[in-house]
Ligand binder design. Structure first.
Ligand SMILES: Cc1cc2nc3c(=O)[nH]c(=O)nc-3n(C[C@H](O)[C@H](O)[C@H](O)COP(=O)(O)OP(=O)(O)OC[C@H]3O[C@@H](n4cnc5c(N)ncnc54)[C@H](O)[C@@H]3O)c2cc1C
Length: 387
């Protein structure tokens, strides 16, 4: 049995890639996951959607992904749980110069956004403590998605289009060598493929290494918390990245919010097969203290859930996507680096075009792992993400 493409990993990356490969004209496409759809980082993602990025490539992909999830009901047959409740970024004085530059660049690409000096938009961030807030930017088409629903929508549509999905099927290793990957090894034997797409998230590195391919990605532990705000208090309707307090939050519906810590913070490397999946008490306390100091209406908020999952972090915090010039039969799609959900739908579509038709935009080509050898990282030094 031989496939044109085998996609390993049914997170948002693998699900989008498999769907677009199949609907883009590939004949035999197999999608595998050792669990089920969204069993990895995707299932724990805050899934904040925003178009606020510092490069035209990521702005373009983020804009496109919002449209794709908005149209999911028509295109995929089920909706991706997109909530366009808006996204608000809060800047400190130190961040202003870059923020102004990025704001203008985003606007020039067609992002709908508005700027306010100091603390503004009180309807979006009500009754906040204004200390240290130098500017705020609001984009009405940001918000959040339901990461599990979005992934399931892609997997279901892939299957309806004639693709084959096998859950509970771990891939033990890739077959071949670093020059030519020829398939995968399952518990019940080998499967041949014209091309294997490694979309195994934080577990992509050991898979690549099974044929001697280098994949320089860290697995770092990311903690998140879910809280309920007491009734009768004003709450932000939008997703928020609060750069002043290094906190991100996004609504869950009702009076609930997912709240986590953004940059700057310390990122701890862990073994992706064996790490602590519950949150630390001091992390929970830290998040609560930061949020209640900024937003007095949140005082007394009740903890609903606290957990830890993984970021797969590349050297420049941009994903590895696409073929490599020295390896045939293999493509990367991993390294979302803590912000990969919101760009994965569009990346899957452009990756499929690259693999099927050889069509790729020049800026997208830079996603290839080749950028390591070519010394063409997107960012030379970068500290972290903001959801
Ligand atoms: C707590 C948290 C919050 C986040 N918040 C945001 C956010 O607000 N906005 C945003 O854009 N991004 C966010 N991210 C990042 C984003 O969620 C990820 O970049 C994205 O979901 C990664 O998707 P993926 O498909 O690449 O990987 P994963 O979702 O990890 O999928 C990999 C899949 O591969 C499978 N797999 C692994 N090894 C094998 C194997 N050997 N055989 C078969 N299957 C295998 C796993 O079971 C898994 O399902 C967050 C991430 C986390 C963890």
């Amino acid at each position: 049995m031989s496939y044109d493409f085998i996609v390993v990993g049914a997170g948002i990356a693998g699900a989008s890639a498999a769907y677009h490969l199949k609907t883009g004209g590939a004949q035999k496409v197999l999608l595998l996951d050792r669990g089920g759809p969204a069993a990895g980082g995707t299932g724990k993602s805050a899934a904040i959607m925003r178009q606020s990025y510092s490069t035209t490539l990521l702005v373009r992909l983020a804009m496109k992904s919002i449209v794709m999830l908005r149209n999911a009901k028509t295109e995929l047959g089920s909706d991706g749980g997109l909530h366009e409740v808006g996204y608000t970024f809060i800047y400190s004085r130190d961040m202003l110069e870059g923020a102004r530059r990025n704001f203008a660049m985003q606007k020039s690409l067609g992002v709908v956004n508005k700027w306010c000096d100091g603390y503004g938009f009180p309807e979006l961030f009500p009754e906040a403590n204004p200390d240290g807030i130098a500017a705020m930017v609001h984009e009405p088409h940001g918000g959040y998605a339901d990461p599990v629903r979005a992934t399931e929508a892609y997997v279901d549509a892939f299957v309806r289009a004639g693709g084959e999905f096998r859950p509970r099927t771990p891939v033990r290793r890739l077959l071949g060598d670093a020059k030519r990957v020829g398939g995968i090894e399952l518990d019940d034997g080998p499967l041949a493929a014209g091309s294997v797409i490694n979309a195994a998230g934080p577990w992509a590195r050991p898979l690549a290494e099974s044929v001697g391919l280098d994949l320089p990605m860290r697995s770092v532990r990311e903690q998140d918390t879910a809280w309920e705000v007491p009734a009768g208090r004003p709450i932000p309707p939008t997703s928020v990245s609060n750069g002043v307090d290094a906190v991100y939050m996004r609504p869950m519906g009702g009076r609930r919010f997912i709240i986590g810590r953004g940059f700057p913070k310390v990122y701890f490397d862990v073994d992706p097969y064996n790490y602590k999946t519950t949150a630390d008490p001091d992390f929970i306390h830290d998040v609560q203290t930061r949020v209640e100091a900024r937003l007095p209406p949140f005082a007394g908020m009740k903890l609903i859930e606290a957990y830890a999952a993984l970021y797969d972090v590349t050297p420049d915090w941009y994903p590895f996507v696409g073929p490599r010039s020295d390896t045939r039969g293999y493509a990367d799609f991993s390294g979302g680096s803590g912000h990969g959900f919101k760009i994965a739908p569009a990346i899957g579509a452009e990756l499929a075009q690259w693999l099927i038709a050889g069509k790729v935009a020049e800026d997208f080509r830079q996603f290839s792992h080749d950028r390591i050898a070519n010394g063409r990282l997107f960012v030379q030094s970068f500290g972290g993400n903001r959801g």
